[in-house]
Write a protein that binds this ligand. Structure first.
Ligand code: GLV
Ligand code: MN
Ligand code: MN
Ligand code: MN
Length: 404
């Protein structure tokens, strides 16, 4: 089992890796994404699986007949800019390795089995995370998705049609959804709970509510050397004060909140900026707490913008409610994976396709230990032995759920 995993991993590892930083840049519907899709298609076909692309660009590899009541596993292959190699790909590689392990053990699934690769999970190119699973379930409309743009102003519709897909077919896909009996996504843990538990594999029970908000501070561009301080409408100042307010609000409410993305216009050192566009990512165990954090940030930003003669517009770009995966399914997986000592049930502030699918089908996740907890960075990693334990756990789960 470890051989197949290691071989698959070695085949995937060079794609989209920056040789200098060791980080990955795997943005959807780019040339490297085409290579990733070709890699997955080749590996799945080599296992006798039938690969199809759904109307939203997600890839499905079927072992035997496609649905109904299928057991589906998989994850995503896209990354954040300069991200790690495990967030997403670990679930895809483990799924293919688990299919091999079922074969090796001579087990025959009695339910259809599929491995899925969801597109644009990170939202790193078009801004809305879990876009492929949101489209599948109808959590975002095709109209809105088609019009999403990347940093160069290229629409999703254009990027998909350049990749040979018909964007007019995009949208909710109830027939495909109806084929899914259960979905289990394996993922690297993005935190250190499993380190504290001292065990390589856990089961995700809860995904925190989370969302992204955009803040546009608009002032007056002017000369850095000739404009008196008193005459300025500098949007950088309320922006900077807002970043501090974000941290204060997160600490006060026991939440997490981040400003990780900023666009400056014109972004040059000898001009006062005319505009600062910033994104707030906020997450908390309960939605009421999350709303309180966002309201506190918005209040602070408005007060500060007014003080500096700057205008502010803000809106919610995406939102995702709390998900509690089905208890019975989580306990079943925890027993399968842990044996006498059931695997720990974990909660996470990270978003996942499984949490989107959970609104429509029974779904849950397996997490694999991350020794440092670091994720969305080149240092993200899991030990080989833990990756192999993840494949073994997923194999047990797939064998059980498919009645193999
Ligand atoms: C993506 O990984 C997210 O949790 O935002
Ligand atoms: Mn991620
Ligand atoms: Mn992920
Ligand atoms: Mn995530």
């Amino acid at each position: 089992m470890s051989d197949t995993f290691d071989r698959l991993w070695a085949g995937l590892a060079p794609l989209g890796r920056d040789r200098t930083t060791g980080g990955y840049r795997r943005l959807s519907w780019t040339p490297v994404d085409a290579e990733l899709r070709a890699w997955f298609t080749g590996e799945a076909q080599a296992r006798g699986m039938t690969v199809e692309t759904d109307r939203n660009g997600n890839l499905w590899a079927w072992l035997g007949e496609a649905g109904p009541d299928a057991v589906v596993t998989g994850s995503h292959l896209d990354s954040v800019p300069n991200g790690g190699g495990f967030d997403g790909p670990l679930g895809v590689v483990s799924a293919l390795a688990a299919v091999d392990e079922l074969h090796r053990r001579g087990l025959r699934p009695r339910r259809p089995l599929a491995v899925v690769v969801f597109v644009e999970e990170e939202g790193a190119r078009f801004g809305v995370p879990r876009l492929g699973s949101r489209l599948l379930t109808g959590a975002i409309t095709a109209e809105r998705a088609r019009g999403l743009t990347d940093a160069d102003g290229i629409t999703l519709a254009r990027a998909m049609s350049d990749a040979g897909l018909d964007p007019e077919r995009m949208g909710a896909d109830p027939d495909r959804l109806a084929r899914i009996g259960v979905f289990v996504e394996l993922h690297i843990e993005q935190g250190r709970s499993l380190v504290h538990h001292g065990t390589p594999v856990g089961v995700a029970a809860t995904v925190w509510p989370h969302g992204r908000w955009r803040l546009d501070f608009s002032g007056q561009a002017d000369h850095a050397g000739t404009t008196r301080i008193a005459d300025r409408n500098d949007p950088m100042l309320p922006f900077a004060e807002t970043v501090s307010a974000v941290r204060r609000a997160a600490v006060e409410h026991d939440a997490v909140a981040t400003v990780g993305r900023v666009w400056l216009t014109p972004n040059t050192s000898n001009s006062i900026p005319s505009r600062v566009r910033a994104w707030l990512d906020a997450r908390a165990p309960q939605e009421s707490t999350l709303r309180a954090v966002v309201a506190a940030v918005d209040r602070a930003a408005r007060v500060s913008a007014a003080e500096h003669g700057v205008s502010l517009s803000s809106f919610q770009e995406s939102f995702f409610p709390r998900v509690d995966f089905p208890r019975e399914l989580c306990h079943r997986l925890a027993s399968l994976v842990g044996g006498d000592t059931p695997a720990p049930l974990l909660s996470t502030g990270a978003g996942h396709d499984a949490a989107i699918l959970a609104s429509a089908v029974p779904a849950t996740m397996l997490f694999v230990r991350n020794p440092t907890g670091i994720s969305h960075a080149p240092e993200e990693r899991a030990d080989p032995a833990d990756c192999h334990a993840g494949v073994a756990a997923l194999t047990e789960v797939l064998a059980d759920l498919t009645g193999a």
